[in-house]
Design a protein around this ligand. Structure first.
Ligand code: MG
Length: 447
């Protein structure tokens, strides 16, 4: 369903009332949360959304995303390409990734003429290790799927060995891309081709964000509830090839899961609860895997605890209410908050807080690309890793929305490879996505 909004003010108010009634009909929360949601929506800086000729109700609901004029293929492509953009913008050849002040980054951004003036292109805006490793994950899955030659038989050991091979190979493309020490040293230990050579030992210090930043494409390959067990297995095993610690590989799970939620059209307020509901299944997977189980269980609690605290703070722990943000939540306040989420003072550098900051940005930005960049890419902390995820989820929901300047993405490094991977994952899932959409729509119309 698509609701048309006229630029006329009176008409706009009338339409707002309609949206309110529509939301109320859906029973998505109580009156207070709906009012907060509308307040937040109307205060959205992207007023162009209200001036536009139409606004899809899918911004609020899960059932209508698939029927948007935007095609699913466009969303797949934008998810991969914009992830590279989010990485390159957050990285800015290292000077923004390692800047300790969001205000300084915003000042520099203004001096550059703002996002409208930034051509993410060439040596000034290369992608960092995040995209190189994200592509390694994607291309390994593609190689494995192609090797199956159309059969349905699964050989996960072969898939994991292929991923390990690509992770080792991509280490040769890290010049000027600031790879993480844990990723590099772990890749060195991988021995693809040797039985279980894709596994490394448990690592007390393996809680960094290096596994999270490269997992989103797993959600594009396994995008629906029906393939959730594959998503869990592949995100955990690829994650712990370098980050064998729950805080690290659960970040990989979150990155993949939220991408699949974005593709499914699950309302963003439900994602956090969806993650919490999935964790017991992941724990079960770890227990059944038999690989250094006790170490993993002993260190399980931190990721879940920090996420529950965060969801409670935003009042989205039940997945039914609109998020509540502090009244004053500008650049310095966000820097302070992101730091408070972190493990050791560097917001976004761990497996728990990289997807958390990206999610916070998604919750607070709606369709507004510039706001998303401000929150997820232009902050003190690990801004390329939070940017790579937030931008991917944005693309998976909204495609190349009109608020995204073309110069931000048209020449991004590795665009061709990112598009090829996206197209491959879309084509692999085209039938499944259509079948599951048709079935959910027929259930909705019969209820
Ligand atoms: Mg990086």
């Amino acid at each position: 369903m698509t609701l048309f909004i006229s630029p006329n003010f009176k008409d706009r108010i009338r339409r707002l009332e309609t949206v309110f009634k529509y939301l109320k009909c859906l029973g998505k929360g109580n009156g207070r949360s709906l009012t907060l949601g509308l307040k937040q929506f109307t205060e959205n800086k992207d007023l162009s959304v209200w001036k536009s000729s139409k606004i899809p109700v899918s911004t609020f609901t899960s059932t209508s995303v698939m029927s948007d004029p935007l095609t699913m293929k466009e969303r797949y492509v934008a998810a991969m390409v914009l992830s590279g953009v989010g990485d390159a913008l957050g990285y800015k050849n290292g000077s923004w990734e390692f800047c300790h002040s969001g205000e300084e980054i915003h000042k520099e951004l203004k001096e550059l003429g703002g996002l409208d003036n930034i051509k993410v292109k060439g040596k000034k805006w290369i992608v960092s290790d995040d995209t190189v490793m994200h592509l390694a994950t994607a291309e390994a899955i593609m190689e494995y799927e192609e090797s199956k030659k159309g059969t349905d038989s699964e050989d996960k050991e072969k898939l994991y060995n292929t991923i390990a091979e690509h992770y080792k190979k991509c280490c040769h493309d890290m010049r000027d891309r600031a790879p993480g020490a844990t990723c590099m040293s772990s890749c060195y230990k991988l021995k693809p081709g040797v039985p279980k050579g894709y596994q490394i030992s448990f690592n007390e210090r393996g809680g960094g964000c290096g596994a999270a930043m490269r997992s989103m494409c797993i959600g594009l390959m396994y995008p629906t509830q029906q393939c959730r067990s594959d998503l869990i297995a592949v995100s955990v095993e690829s994650g712990r090839m370098t980050h064998h610690h729950p805080t690290g590989f659960l970040g990989s799970l979150a990155g993949a899961l939220f991408t699949s939620f974005a593709i499914e059209g699950k309302p963003t307020i439900e994602w956090g609860k969806g993650l919490m509901d999935t964790l017991p299944l992941v724990k079960e997977y770890i227990e059944n895997s038999g690989h250094e189980v006790q170490d993993n269980l002993d260190n399980w609690e931190y990721f879940e605890k920090r996420w529950r605290e965060y969801l409670k703070e935003r009042e989205v722990e039940n997945g039914t209410s609109q998020p509540v943000f502090p009244e004053k939540y500008g650049v310095p306040e966000r820097d302070k908050f992101y730091k408070s989420l972190s493990y050791a003072g560097w917001g976004g550098s761990s497996g728990h807080d990289a997807p958390m900051i990206a999610y916070d940005a998604i919750l607070g930005s709606g369709t507004d690309w510039k706001e998303l960049c401000s929150r997820s890419m232009f902050h003190s902390g690990d801004s390329d890793s939070t940017g790579v995820m937030a931008a991917c989820w944005y693309g998976a929901m909204f495609g190349y929305h009109k608020s995204v300047p073309q110069c931000n993405y048209q020449d991004v490094e590795y665009r061709g490879r990112l598009e090829r991977a996206a197209t491959f994952f879309y084509e692999k899932n085209e039938k499944r996505l259509k079948t599951e959409t048709d079935s959910s729509q027929s259930q909705a119309s019969s209820s």
